[in-house]
Design a protein around this ligand. Sequence first.
Ligand SMILES: Nc1nc2c(c(=O)[nH]1)N[C@H]1C(S)=C(S)[C@@H](COP(=O)(O)O)O[C@H]1N2
Ligand SMILES: [Mo]
Length: 361
Amino acid sequence: MAWGMRRDMITHSVDPLNAEPPPAVLGENDLTSADTFYVRNHGPIPDIQPESWRLRIGGLVDRPVELSLAGLRDGFARHDVVAALECAGNRRAGLMKVRDVPGEAPWGPGAAGNARWTGARLADVLRAAGLAGGAEHVAFEAPDVSQMASPPQPFGASIPLGKALGDEVLLAYAMNGQPLSRVHGAPVRVVVPGYIGARSVKWVEQITVQAEPSANFFQFSYQMLPAEADPARAGPGDGFTLGPLAVNAAILTPDDGATVPAGPVTVAGYALTGDDRRVARVDISADGGRGWRQASLESELSPWSWRRWHATLDLPAGQADIAVRAWDNGANLQPENEAELWNPKGYANNARARIRLTVAP
Ligand SMILES: Nc1nc2c(c(=O)[nH]1)N[C@H]1C(S)=C(S)[C@@H](COP(=O)(O)O)O[C@H]1N2
Ligand SMILES: [Mo]
């Protein structure tokens, strides 16, 4: 159990550590346990002693604040939020079938997970510091220095002030009722439900209220570039910065390419969406997307949770091309295929999920 990860994790790289669970395993539970939750890093994993950890809140505030872990836990109301995290690179493998994305991990559908996060509201901590005039963005910085930036830089990100003041945004010290583990950001991480995972900064040590978005390399490198852009030369403004997630869905069981007996076959997975939208409907097709029927949605654990779904299809012998498409309550529907979504960093693949099954007589 290196790094507290289950043995069957699919490891994309060891240094930095990037790993995701096998799809069927991810589909087993509504809450993803810490050992099964994907791990996404850009640098070495810091080893922070909880007693010496400090969080500094500064910038456009009335009075800069410095908090210890005890100060954060005891000085601010504790809140629980069940929320999904999804990496912007989730399902990149699908984009890579259209065209390679050099230098990026071929994530399957496992770069997403759903957990119960416990911590203080970021809004409460910001109010304790007092917001000064001109405050528009809240930037986070961590001590893990990434060689992926040149020159190397600690990981950082920012979110708009309006989002930062939302009740759902936490400075989390626990995950599924356990103290946060080291790989997932101990002792404290930011959790920004509805935004790409890159904004949920782990091992957070500095919060800066500012007029502009973070100038950190990772704030602008998580951007949607036009297909013809060269990511090695791209700077801020060459694409649009990613924030709220797009509506997405994955098929977790059966495995793509599996052989199943003819008759009833249950297909299952998750759907999620961004910002304050909700998954509204999931449709499934047994004929490659010509005909659709509705899948069953499991109950919603929270407005920020993913929504698991399942459908039982009666499959005749032969080959079955299963497709799934989710809608959210903003009437957003997943795009039909990856070809129109391909981008040089391979982000935000929310094309309809497809698997092909061999149905044995
Ligand atoms: N300090 C720090 N925070 C970080 C990262 C990182 O590399 N360093 N990776 C980000 C990305 S891209 C994602 S998707 C999530 C992943 O969180 P997890 O490893 O707990 O799943 O953390 C985010 N926070
Ligand atoms: Mo990510």
